[in-house]
Write a protein that binds this ligand. Structure first.
Ligand SMILES: [Fe+2]
Length: 201
């Protein structure tokens, strides 16, 4: 059965997909946990901001946005850092192959930085098809924004708005400006309860 355009996968479907795609237990732990954290940040901002966004869609988008990372692991379980930027497009393709709706697939390809432009792809010689990858809906914007506050480094870390700005400035003043506009729109998350929470509710 091919899901219709408005179908949204539930938590269990998403979790089993992660389980199925993850090449190792460590990869699952790293990627799925990060997605859960991003989900919690996005939901908190949604609850506080009073915006009328589709909560179920934000939830699915947050939990799925990084599934493409699994495609970057080699058979030895080592991640291809040089091509890391490909994970967004890879995730989109992966969900498309499952027949999942475009609006779900887009969360993967439209969450990098504060949105990649065609110009970014060309100037930075990024290994992805030349196109604009800017969020088109507020749900996509929120997932992209929430993602900036947690990084899957070793060990994974939470980032303050100032940390995010410092990181984004390296890619140009327009990226920092874009982040500041998102801050004004969605607010700063309160990371303490997210850090203190249990990631596997
Ligand atoms: Fe992410």
């Amino acid at each position: 059965m091919i899901p219709g355009d408005t179908w949204i996968p539930d938590d269990e479907q998403i979790r089993s997909l992660h389980r199925r795609l993850a090449p190792t237990a460590e990869a699952f732990e790293l990627v799925y946990r990060h997605c859960q954290i991003v989900c919690r940040i996005a939901e908190q901002l949604l609850d506080r901001g009073g915006r009328r966004l589709d909560r179920q869609l934000v939830r699915a988008g947050s939990l799925l946005h990084d599934v493409g990372v699994y495609r970057l692991y080699d058979p030895a379980g080592v991640i291809d850092h040089a091509n890391y930027v490909r994970h967004g497009v890879a995730g989109h393709q992966l969900l498309q192959e499952l027949g999942w709706p475009e609006r779900i697939c887009r969360f993967c390809s439209h969450h990098t930085g504060t949105g990649l432009t065609r110009g970014d792809v060309i100037v930075q010689r990024l290994p992805i098809p030349v196109a604009d990858y800017l969020p088109a809906t507020e749900e996509e914007e929120l997932v992209m924004y929430a993602d900036k506050f947690h990084s899957k480094t070793t060990p994974p870390v939470f980032l303050t708005p100032e940390d995010c700005l410092t990181g984004l400035r390296r890619f140009g003043p327009d990226k920092a400006e874009r982040f500041t506009a998102l801050r004004t729109k969605f607010g700063d998350p309160d990371l303490a309860p997210v850090i203190g929470g249990h990631a596997d509710r």
